[in-house]
Design a protein around this ligand. Structure first.
Ligand SMILES: Cc1cc2nc3c(=O)[nH]c(=O)nc-3n(C[C@H](O)[C@H](O)[C@H](O)COP(=O)(O)O)c2cc1C
Length: 404
């Protein structure tokens, strides 16, 4: 039996073409034994290894194979099929279907469902060891993992092709355990907590049409807000102008200037924690022109006098009754990253600093990945380069541990 009850849960099982397809039948048997409803999709390759009849008998439901099936389209529809389950499982997952998933192809029912689904996806790869180790498959797997696709196996062992190594389908009880883990209710250690997150750049007007800005995309801050919300926190996200999607499940306050960001943060208090990931402009123009500055032929360019902006991190971290229990700052540095970050932590009075090197063009600032150092009272940790979503999940887990 799976440790988590699967009664009443629904799995969409895609069986693709590999010698291990027969083990999908055992997986269906285990899922059905545990009360899980299974709808199956058989690829053209899969149908060369197991029959629709076997799958239909074990799932006690029709098997879907054709994308251009008028009956199925009128009764079910491929989009609906992709959404009607709690989890999509590809077992076995052939090298071919993994490549289609990575490339976003939709040339048969299985690949179309995988592109159309809004549900979590688990793949259980099975293939010859050389296919598994090929650079193309490695790159496809890395891409799928970065997109949040869960993976069960493969295992090491003797293969049907008389070779030995990784590539064997995980055993059905192991795939069942991975399914149960994904269907378990997500832990919500931050339920009842309020976390304030800042994200994105600030824009500091020069005149009605021009402004000072920076390259922050908001990706890291938005991912942190989403990761905290996923752990059950009530999240207020105060964001400067960004071109990315609003994260799900957060209260978003849009601002432009540092002054507006500080005001929105203060309004959002009290909070149990504050994560200041926004790239707040250090300076603003001393006197914003009320009209567009004109180019005077032969004249000198206007001199922009700058004045310091309010320091949002230092303000939130200052001792007082409304200070969040945990205040976390971000340090974007181009040299001596850790030394400057340690200095910033002392100066600002915050509890933790997440330091990243932004010297590389297209790197942390504006990019999709981040390599950071976490500075706390306990010391300095180096977190290896990872997708910003992964850095966010790790930081959210640490925040949850600190607040509970
Ligand atoms: C006997 C035989 C065994 C195969 N076993 C595998 C396998 O274990 N894994 C795999 O990725 N492909 C395997 N293939 C190749 C796939 O069946 C082929 O790539 C097919 O196009 C996959 O189609 P699908 O991904 O749409 O199901 C095998 C082919 C044959 C003829």
């Amino acid at each position: 039996m799976a440790a988590v009850s699967l009664a009443g849960r629904r799995v969409l099982l895609i069986v693709s073409g590999g010698i291990a397809a027969y083990k999908a039948l055992e997986l269906v048997r285990l899922l059905r034994r545990d009360g899980c409803a299974v709808t199956s999709v058989l690829t053209a390759g899969g149908a060369r290894f197991v029959t629709a009849l076997s799958l239909q008998a074990l799932t006690e439901a029709p098997v879907h194979s054709e994308i251009f099936s008028l009956t199925e389209e009128s009764e079910m529809g491929h989009i609906q099929l992709s959404r009607a389950a709690d989890l999509v499982v590809v077992a076995p997952a052939s090298a071919d279907i993994l490549a289609k998933m990575a490339a976003g192809l939709a040339d048969d029912l299985a690949s179309t469902l995988l592109l159309a689904t809004d549900k979590p996806v688990l793949v259980a790869p099975a293939m010859n060891v050389r296919m598994w180790q090929h650079a193309a498959t490695r790159a496809n797997m890395a891409l799928l993992a970065a997109r949040g696709v869960a993976v069960a196996g493969p295992e090491d062992g003797a293969m049907a092709c008389n070779e030995y190594g990784p590539g064997r389908l995980a055993e059905p009880p192991a795939i069942l355990a991975a399914i149960a883990a994904l269907l378990a209710p997500a832990p919500r250690p931050l339920a009842g907590r309020h976390v304030l997150v800042t994200s994105g750049p600030t824009l500091e007007p020069i005149d009605p049409v021009r402004y000072l800005a920076n390259r922050s995309s908001g990706r890291q801050g938005h991912a942190i807000a989403a990761a905290l919300a996923a752990l059950g926190a009530r999240v207020t996200l105060v964001s400067g102008p960004v071109a990315i999607a609003d994260p799900p499940g957060v209260e978003l306050r849009r601002v432009e200037t540092a002054a507006a960001m500080l005001a929105a943060c203060e309004t959002a208090l009290p909070a149990d924690a504050a994560v200041c990931a926004a790239a707040v402009a250090d300076w603003r123009v001393a006197a914003t022109a009320g009209h567009k500055l004109k180019k005077v032929p032969g004249g000198a360019p206007p001199a922009l006098a700058l004045v310091p902006n309010p320091d949002i991190l230092a303000t939130l971290a200052a001792p007082g009754p409304r200070r969040p229990r945990l205040v976390i700052g971000f340090a974007a540095e181009t040299e001596d990253v850790v030394a400057h970050a340690a200095d910033k932590r002392r100066r600002k009075g915050c509890d933790w600093i997440v330091a990243n090197d932004v010297s590389e063009a297209g790197g942390a600032m504006g990019g999709r990945e981040n390599e950071v150092h976490l500075l706390t009272d306990a010391g300095i940790e180096h977190w290896p380069r990872a997708a910003k979503e992964e850095v966010a999940r790790r930081l959210a887990a640490r925040i949850a541990a600190a607040l509970t």
